[in-house]
Design a protein around this ligand. Structure first.
Ligand code: KE4
Length: 435
């Protein structure tokens, strides 16, 4: 049996061999495949709070958190009970249900500029719908996105995308007809001059600009001062819509959206991950005048058998209520800042090619000495082989990070001072010895 690190992995490897025969790459989502970090993916069987347990019962402190949804940690008692209670009343009805109203009122209360919302079942679906709605509302076709941002796997957005495409060394996808991307402009993140240039020529043809207001799919890249404000001004002036894709940042940095926190109101917002508490959910929301273009009121079609599923909504509603009540955000930010300061102090002391960026409870440790990192071109300098070595070293010691240099790590409300202290100790040791 192939060894991973210093232990003979048994059940996980056997499962992976079986999976590879029947599931492409053995995974249902490419970023889980460990292809950029080496070794076989670890099979997780149980999660509890800040911890996950693999099929060999090895415990890891989890900083991937299912790529963002599990801000409360795994199997939070109140969330599990809410799901059990909802499921006991029936899994799905394909009718209107009370929880849809509760979720709509909760979202529009926590994000006041959301005048109306529509629930779907993934972030991709939320973004697809938002783009179609922007095109239907403006009567225009062109879209502008940013290199390295990832907005799900709709054809026309798989161009110059981040996340799994970047991890796999491609940033566009086969199978996407040229025509699908003819209407998509791509600019470098934070490059407002490039955006102005495109708007000067094509402003009246642009239906929407879609942006991750804090980018999380090329590693963590923050908006430079004035970037988001300029997008808001340019879109307003040309009659284009501004879409904030907050599938990652929504309820991640505060009990609301990043748009609310930074004081910039987009026309449409897409959400996912946290609002489902670990269950399949996505949502879009925004100005009523735009949202009312959606069927059955308006001509822009969107539908879904499990849209607004009551069991999934039970998890999301409970999660949002706990976030509103407990407000864990200052603590999440404190822990992430501790990791950032420790890595950057070590790096400057020893002049290492590594640095850490954090925002709220999110962080990325970049294996490059280049800073600041403002866009994908600069991120491409990262030494992914060094990141892979770092990832495997942490994995061996019971730390589960997101298995890609081009993703972010997440602190959950379940992580303790002790958990963060353990990671800090390992980082000190690794950066002293290895990098
Ligand atoms: P989903 O369709 O995966 O629910 O959401 C797509 C999406 C949309 N917008 C943003 C900003 C996103 O980050 C995502 C999905 N994020 C990736 C990880 N960064 C999901 C992980 C995966 O693909 O397995």
């Amino acid at each position: 049996m192939k060894k991973i690190g210093n232990r003979q992995s048994t059940i996980g490897n056997v499962l992976f061999k079986r999976a590879e025969k029947l599931i492409p790459g053995g995974v249902n989502s490419p970023v889980r495949a460990f292809r950029s970090v080496g070794g076989n993916p670890v099979y997780m069987k149980k999660g509890q709070g800040a911890y996950v347990f693999d099929t060999d019962r090895k415990r890891y402190i989890d900083f991937c958190g299912s790529w963002g949804p599990l801000i409360l940690g795994h199997a939070r008692r109140e969330v599990v009970e809410a799901v059990q209670k909802a499921a006991a009343d029936g899994m799905s009805f394909g009718t209107c249900t009370p929880r849809e109203v509760e979720m709509a009122e909760l979202l529009t209360d926590m994000v006041p500029y959301l005048e109306m919302v529509r629930m779907v079942t993934s972030g991709t679906e939320a973004v697809m719908t938002a783009i179609r709605l922007a095109r239907g509302f403006t009567g225009r076709n062109k879209i502008l996105k940013f290199d390295g941002c990832y907005h799900g796997h709709a054809d026309y957005l798989l161009v110059a995308a981040g996340s799994g495409l970047l991890t796999g060394g491609i940033s566009s996808s086969a199978g996407v007809p040229a025509g699908a991307v003819n209407d998509v402009f791509v600019c470098a993140y934070n490059d407002i001059a490039a955006v102005e240039k495109i708007f000067s020529k094509h402003g009246n043809d642009i239906a929407a600009v879609i942006v991750e207001p804090v980018a999380g799919n090329m590693g963590l890249v923050k908006p430079e001062l004035g970037f988001l404000e300029s997008l808001r001004k340019l879109t307003k002036k040309s009659g284009s819509l501004l879409i904030f894709d907050e599938v990652i940042t929504g309820f991640r940095l505060g009990p609301t959206t990043y748009g609310k926190i930074c004081g910039i109101t987009p026309d449409l917002t897409t959400l996912g991950k946290i609002i489902g508490g670990g269950m399949p959910i996505g949502a879009l929301g925004g100005k009523a005048a735009i949202m009312k273009k959606l069927a059955p009121l308006g001509p822009v079609y969107q539908a879904g058998t499990l849209s607004g599923n009551p069991v999934a909504l039970a998890a999301g509603i409970e999660t949002l209520k706990i976030l509103k009540k407990e407000n864990p955000y200052p603590r999440l930010a404190k822990f992430a800042k501790k990791i950032e300061c420790l890595v950057n102090k070590k790096a400057s002391e020893k002049r290492l090619g590594v640095h850490c960026v954090s925002e709220g409870g999110m962080f990325t440790i970049f294996f490059t000495g280049r800073k600041p990192l403002r866009n994908l071109e600069e991120i491409r300098d990262c030494d992914t082989a060094k990141f892979a070595d770092f990832f495997r070293s942490m994995l061996k010691k019971g730390i589960y990070l997101s298995p890609s240099q081009f993703e972010v790590g997440f602190i959950s409300a379940a992580h303790s001072e002790k958990d963060i202290g353990y990671l800090a100790g390992l980082l000190k040791e690794y950066l002293t010895k290895k990098v």
